[in-house]
Design a binder for this molecule. Structure first.
Ligand code: FE2
Ligand code: FE2
Length: 350
């Protein structure tokens, strides 16, 4: 193969016989190595494990830029650590392990440039909170770097993001894992988790107040309609305002028992709608320009029904350059969606 590219495909769209471009990890273990030929049997196995998307190698006349993302291995390590915290509680021991891994995460994001969020990586419902916590940390670090955070301040933001839902440890699993909508009493119970989180972190001791405050305030709204304190605007710590947006993006991008993950397109629209009420407008702008963007290699659908892949985000993160793709992994026309002659075409939510 002369020109080799990579493409992220939905598990249901993989042509049998494709080559796996990156290994499949789950809970810290490598289940399938890269380079393997993906047979129908392997596709079914991955579906059973809950894998939603995989990166495959394609023979291509253009070399696709590999998406800048945190390695699956580091994601998996963080996932395991946060899973232990949620199962066994936060201790001095696992807190220092988390601090070490957070430094690795910051280094990886710094060396990759701005990281594209990998929303809802494994999309398994029962693993939701752990994956969610890691995704929120990745996005918060990316936004923090753009806002000029570095050193201890960036590390504190990352730790707060990773532990933002730690208060859910004390909420009944029956409520947390409920299949369907919560009733009013159950919702009141869930709403206790920011205060519970604050209490848990205070009990550990030695945790910076900015981390505790960010965890405590991550459900406050910029308009003052959130909880627990109904505080508004700049009174909400900036770290909490960042985490609130990352939190919503991760939640929208993940599969839940009652709905499918929302597309990048739908998440972008929702962020715009909630800008200035729920969220800080300036920080939303950072997410729209740098974080919730169409990752090169990602397959999307156009409003005229064509399947395309993103080649580059071009000059307009909401209207990237795409290329038509056919089911046999052959490619067609290259379309710059920011071109004024192409403004009638849009990416549609899946
Ligand atoms: Fe939360
Ligand atoms: Fe959350």
């Amino acid at each position: 193969m002369e020109n080799v590219g990579m493409i992220i495909l939905d598990i249901n769209d993989i042509p049998p016989g494709s080559t796996l471009a990156s290994p499949i990890y789950m809970r810290g273990s490598k289940l399938i190595d890269k380079g393997i030929n993906i047979s129908e049997k392997i596709i079914n196995l991955m579906k059973n494990w809950g894998v939603a998307e995989v990166k495959v190698v394609v023979d291509d006349s253009i070399v696709l830029q590999e998406s800048k993302a945190v390695s699956q291995e580091l994601h998996s390590k963080l996932f395991n650590e946060i899973e232990m915290v949620f199962k066994k509680g936060l201790t001095d021991g696992n807190y220092s392990k988390i601090k070490g891994l957070i430094q690795d995460l910051i280094n990886e994001i710094a060396s990759n440039g701005i990281c594209m969020a990998e929303l809802g990586k494994l999309k398994l419902y029962d693993l939701y909170t752990y994956n969610h916590s890691v995704d929120v940390a990745i996005m918060s670090i990316s936004a923090g770097m753009i806002l000029g955070y570095s050193g201890v301040k960036l590390k504190n933001l990352a730790i707060a993001a990773l532990l933002h839902d730690i208060g859910k440890i004390v909420i009944s699993p029956a409520i947390l894992n409920k299949n369907g909508k919560l009733d009013a009493d159950e919702y009141e119970e869930i709403k206790k988790h920011p205060e519970m989180g604050k209490a848990i972190l205070e009990q550990i001791g030695g945790i910076h107040t900015s981390i505790i405050e960010a965890v405590h305030r991550h459900h406050e709204w910029y308009s003052g309609e959130g909880y627990p304190g109904r505080i508004a605007g700049e009174r909400i710590p900036e770290m909490a305002r960042i985490i609130a947006i990352a939190d919503a993006c991760s939640a929208m991008g993940s599969k839940r028992s009652y709905r499918d993950p929302q597309s990048t397109c739908a998440i972008r629209e929702q962020l715009e709608v909630c800008s200035s009420t729920q969220f800080d407008t300036e920080i939303v702008r950072i997410f729209l320009l740098n974080i919730i963007v169409y990752v090169p290699g990602k397959k999307v659908k156009l409003s005229d029904g064509r399947d395309v892949i993103v080649i580059s985000s071009g000059n307009h993160p909401g209207r990237p350059i795409v290329r038509e793709i056919f089911s046999d992994c052959n490619f067609g026309e290259i379309i710059d969606l920011s071109d004024e002659n192409r403004l009638n075409l849009t990416i549609v939510p899946k």
